[in-house]
Design a protein around this ligand. Structure first.
Ligand SMILES: CCCCCCCC/C=C\CCCCCCCC(=O)SCCNC(=O)CCNC(=O)[C@H](O)C(C)(C)COP(=O)(O)OP(=O)(O)OC[C@H]1O[C@@H](n2cnc3c(N)ncnc32)[C@H](O)[C@@H]1OP(=O)(O)O
Length: 176
């Protein structure tokens, strides 16, 4: 993918958490009301990702008419949210809480409404509190340029203490 985002070449390898879902299992939503993954978010994406080996995750998304931006194609902000959440859910496999500080998107091709996207997210590595991740979206069932991503993303996340960051009274919803 084309990008000006710079991934440092001296990252520490990402480590899977000890108490996280097994490869092949669904990564649980981190907050039931999250716009990206929450089952109780009324207008959310309801994105779900499956854990892969290491710190990787895959998912699928049907590009619904409510996601439209330009005529007949997905809104770029929605696709950015999809990437933010897919990398964030992948990062949960490290067993920690982190928030996005930089999100970089390469919109390589228009994505028509009705497309079914495959999402592949991967944590690239860490540096102190920084976690670097990338994700791609490919069209499922496309004849054209099979496997060629229609969009890609890089994210920089920073590890936070959830109670200090969100406040002690906030229900993080991780058990629901
Ligand atoms: C809200 C949803 C998240 C829920 C998470 C629930 C738990 C589940 C767990 C995990 C799944 C995650 C799934 C989430 C998916 C969606 C995620 C989102 O969309 S998050 C919303 C948007 N993001 C924010 O609202 C952050 C706002 N920013 C901040 O609050 C602060 O900037 C914060 C706390 C992140 C850092 O502030 P400081 O004061 O603690 O620390 P300093 O020193 O500034 O930064 C720490 C390190 O990060 C680098 N850094 C910070 N910002 C940077 C930047 N823009 N570019 C490069 N580096 C940056 C710094 O250089 C520093 O690096 P050095 O450790 O010293 O090496």
């Amino acid at each position: 993918m084309r990008t000006t985002f710079v991934v440092p070449d001296d990252l520490d390898a990402p480590r899977r958490g000890d108490d996280v879902v097994a490869p092949g299992d669904t990564i649980p939503p981190h907050n039931p009301m999250c716009y990206g993954c929450g089952p109780r978010s009324p207008h959310g994406l309801h994105l779900s990702m499956i854990a892969g080996e290491g710190v990787t995750a895959t998912g699928e998304l049907l590009v619904e008419p409510r996601f439209e931006g330009g005529p007949g194609v997905i809104h770029g902000g929605i696709l950015a949210s999809v990437f933010d959440e897919s990398m964030g859910l992948g990062l949960m496999l490290m067993g920690l809480t982190a928030v996005t500080v930089v999100l970089d998107i390469d919109y390589a091709r228009p994505v028509p409404i009705g497309t079914r996207l495959r999402l592949d997210a991967r944590v690239l590595g860490t540096r102190r509190r920084q976690v670097y991740a990338e994700a791609t979206a490919t069209v499922l069932g496309a004849d054209r340029a099979a496997g060629e991503p229609v969009a890609g993303a890089h994210g920089l996340f920073v590890i936070v203490d959830p109670h200090a960051h969100f406040g002690p009274t906030r229900d993080l919803g991780q058990k629901e």
